[in-house]
Design a binder for this molecule. Sequence first.
Ligand SMILES: [Mg+2]
Length: 91
Amino acid sequence: MEYQPIYRATLAKWGAEAQYEQMVEECAELIAALKHFQRGKIGRSELIDELADVRLMVGQLSWMLGEDQVHTAIEKKLVKLQELLDDPAGR
Ligand SMILES: [Mg+2]
């Protein structure tokens, strides 16, 4: 499925501010779902559902803010993470 037309239509219909609000809301729902999952109050599929919501909003905001810049930031963070993994002190 092509995401970009949906991201564009979503932004056109509800605006940028609503997308930021939605991201905050979905992150909060995922946080709550993780806590409930850890306590056995919800199952894997409910957790995956909330994860999917956040993934969609990450896609939306990445598209809005610039996929290339987000990709560059991720690459930098992966390099730093690899350095930490390679550090024999393990910190
Ligand atoms: Mg949600």
